[in-house]
Design a protein around this ligand. Structure first.
Ligand code: CAA
Length: 240
């Protein structure tokens, strides 16, 4: 029977590429999304991947939807915590609303999703949990105190979970993408983005499939000894 992979924010950007890659590798993929119905519908039709709409920052919505997934599937074997947003501003201009929203969507969602899935993975003695963090969680970035705090937070979360779960056949790892060619990065002011690309040793943005390839490997049986790792994919922008 195919293993089941659940990808949050799995219909656009890096998440969409992960969903497609895992499907090609033979997983049954469920791609969560929160708002863009049209993109999700097109994605689902084009790739024949099931999509499910809910807000991962809302614990009771996560509970309801994960319960319904378990009603139709014996297990969730792979969880990719990918959903994330930016609300960039320097701290002296940041509203409480934009602080809280980013913490809720990027970090509290990871508690919601993972805590609701971890017990079944422990029972099954198998699980792969992959968190999508960011180079800016490793190095910090002007205008991203909120985002960087969540992305650093994922690294501590993942390492702690790896310690708790290793004995149960579950791995927890983090990927830190650099600046990847997505709508999120395209939204950066052009001159600022140009100056950022100039600081990347490889002198280009990354591609979504360069992240998906690593997720696919971490999800596989071959990666069972990679646990608690933080893997940078950033064109040399930050070496950690
Ligand atoms: N370092 C030091 N000073 C900086 C700076 C930097 N990197 N960037 C801007 N400043 C300075 C400016 O020179 C300016 O100084 P003066 O007032 O003396 O001229 C001052 O800070 C204000 O700069 P802005 O006009 O840019 O401020 P703003 O409020 O209009 O914009 C911002 C702030 C929206 C955060 C903008 O700086 C920005 O977009 N920065 C890029 C943030 C970024 O990299 N986001 C990544 C999004 S994609 C993502 O997050 C995916 C991922 O994981 C990588």
């Amino acid at each position: 029977m195919n293993k089941i992979a659940l990808i949050t924010g799995g219909t656009r950007g890096i998440g969409a590429s992960i969903s497609v890659k895992l499907k090609k590798s033979g997983y049954k993929v469920i791609a969560n999304y929160s708002s863009n119905d049209e993109a999700a519908k097109n994605f689902s039709e084009e790739h024949n991947i099931d999509v499910m709409k809910w807000d991962v920052s809302n614990f009771s919505e996560c509970e309801k939807c994960i319960t319904s997934i378990y009603e139709n599937n014996a297990s969730i074997d792979i969880l990719v915590n990918n959903a994330g947003i930016t609300k960039d501003a320097p701290l002296h201009k940041m509203s409480l609303e934009n602080w809280s929203k980013v913490i809720d969507v990027n970090l509290n969602s990871v508690f919601n999703m993972t805590s609701l899935i971890i017990n079944k993975m422990r029972e099954n003695k198998f699980g792969r949990i992959i968190h999508i963090s960011s180079v800016n969680g490793q190095k910090g970035q002007f205008g991203q105190t909120n985002y960087a705090a969540t992305k650093s937070g994922l690294i501590g979360f993942s390492k702690s979970l790896a310690l708790e779960s290793a004995i149960k056949g579950i791995t927890s790892n983090v990927i830190c993408p650099g600046y990847i060619n997505t709508e999120m990065v395209a939204a950066i002011r052009e001159d600022i983005l140009e100056s950022i690309v100039d600081t990347i040793p490889n002198k280009r943005l990354g591609n979504v499939d360069e992240i998906a390839e690593m997720v696919d490997y971490l999800a596989s049986e071959k990666a069972s000894y990679i646990n608690g790792a933080t893997i940078s994919i950033n064109g040399g922008l930050w070496m950690d």
